[in-house]
Design a protein around this ligand. Sequence first.
Ligand SMILES: [Zn+2]
Ligand SMILES: [Zn+2]
Length: 308
Amino acid sequence: MAMQEIACFPRPPQPCCSRAAETPEAAVEDFGGRVCICHDAACAAAAADRQVSPMIRTLITASARSLRMLAAGVVGYALPPRCPGCGVVTPEDHQFCVDCWRELDFLGPPACATCGIPFDLDRGEGALCGRCIADPPAFDRARAAIAYGPIARRMVVRMKHGGRPQLAITLARLMERLLEQDEQVVLAPVPLHRWRIWRRGFNQSALIAGALARRKRLVAIPGLLTRVKPTPMLRGLNPSARAKAVRGAFRVDPAHRPQVAGRVVVLVDDVLTTGATANACARALRRAGAAEVRVIALARVSPGEEGR
Ligand SMILES: [Zn+2]
Ligand SMILES: [Zn+2]
């Protein structure tokens, strides 16, 4: 597919953020087609700061968010339920059509006991993959509900950039089997940098964590972890570059330290790729005294696709 230049936001493009997307879809996935495809969020945030005063920006963002929410509510009320995978009309909300349901690849054993990467053959209970043996992650266990494929991708993109935050409930329904009923568990979403929350209006992982907490009667703390530095887009980076990019990017909010010390914290994310972000979050949780850190996600990118 031909390369396509996407205009930066705001114009004019900054020299360091006028790169081309591999496909128009990739740009849409990253930024909803509204901002540049820059891999340096700090650069774009700085550009936005130069162009718009903080008060105006806050007002614009809040208004746009309210309108989006209102529109989503009106549309949701007026239209029948649709399959989250393909959009055909279904009898109930959050219900997949037969074809999409068949296409979902639910993950389970055999898999690495720590990171959950699927194994072709059963290697026995407690078996670890090569990566976890060579470089044990800071989390105790990571699991995803389904393999990352066209349906998972479509749902995540529509939720994040298509004005469909209510898809968090669909995702939570798919993910809830990954949670054990444990009253000591605290759910913590992987945080977004505040600039990205301003742009998008919400943190998708926080919405999923909230939906999971309601369904499983658990506690979710959206601000438990904070992202203390903007990180570049990880797409296209190899595992070691990803790990380096997110190192030191997260910390536990000091106000929430008592809710972490000695507790089991379940980190909630939408997509697991190499686990670099989850690992950086888990390190911060360990430093704050978490007894155990588990990670759950909607979808896992297969190891062969990680570098894309
Ligand atoms: Zn469908
Ligand atoms: Zn592993």
